[in-house]
Design a protein around this ligand. Structure first.
Ligand code: 5GP
Length: 178
């Protein structure tokens, strides 16, 4: 793999497609084990998780259903500040075992907001699976149940993750070359 340029920035190879595949398979094996006999609902957080989600689900051997959501934020009126709204979830999740699939957990803001919104809908359980996790940036207390790989606090690209909308289609992960 070579250094690539996306817009004004250069990125160097960081996690190969093979390494990603083996992390994904390990996570799938843990989930298959933990949810044996259950019918979980996998919820993918768009856009970043689409590739991880697809690969992970190919190795899940449970009876399961899938759905995708997006978290939008907009400025609320006057003093309410930024309001987050969940779009895409049309089914009733009450009583369901939810596995939330994230591409990357950085500060944890997204994760906590999603968790709070989903919790209000009375699921039986919610667990979090993320391909990548930046422990140095994470400032929440929420437990992250399944982590593919911990990475330092650097900007990564590829395998669903973008830079200004570009690079999501790369089959491996690159890191900003500084
Ligand atoms: P958090 O809310 O945990 O701070 O950030 C989560 C979101 O920020 C991710 O879902 C992702 O869209 C974006 N993000 C965080 N770190 C990176 C990164 O290193 N590269 C890219 N491309 N996106 C990131």
């Amino acid at each position: 793999m070579d250094i690539i340029t996306v817009k004004d920035k250069s990125f160097k190879p960081y996690i190969s497609a093979e390494e990603l595949q083996s992390s994904v398979e390990k996570l799938a094996a843990q989930i298959n084990h933990d949810y044996k006999g259950n019918t979980p609902l996998f919820i993918g957080v768009l856009n970043g998780s689409f590739m991880f989600f697809g690969d992970l689900l190919k190795s899940i051997n449970l009876e399961c259903t899938v759905s995708f959501v997006k978290l939008t934020s907009y400025e609320g009126v006057s003093t309410t500040g930024v309001v987050n709204e969940l779009i895409g979830l049309n089914e009733d999740i009450s009583g369901r075992d939810i596995i939330l699939i994230e591409d990357i957990v950085d500060t944890g803001n997204t994760l906590v907001k999603l968790y709070e919104i989903l919790e209000e809908k009375n699921p039986k359980s919610i667990k979090i699976a993320t391909l990548l996790y930046k422990p140095e940036a994470y400032n929440k207390s929420h437990n992250i149940d399944y982590v593919g790989k911990e990475i330092p606090n650097a900007f990564v690209l590829g395998y669903g993750l973008d830079y200004d909308g570009l690079g999501r289609n790369l089959s491996s992960i690159y890191v900003l070359n500084e």
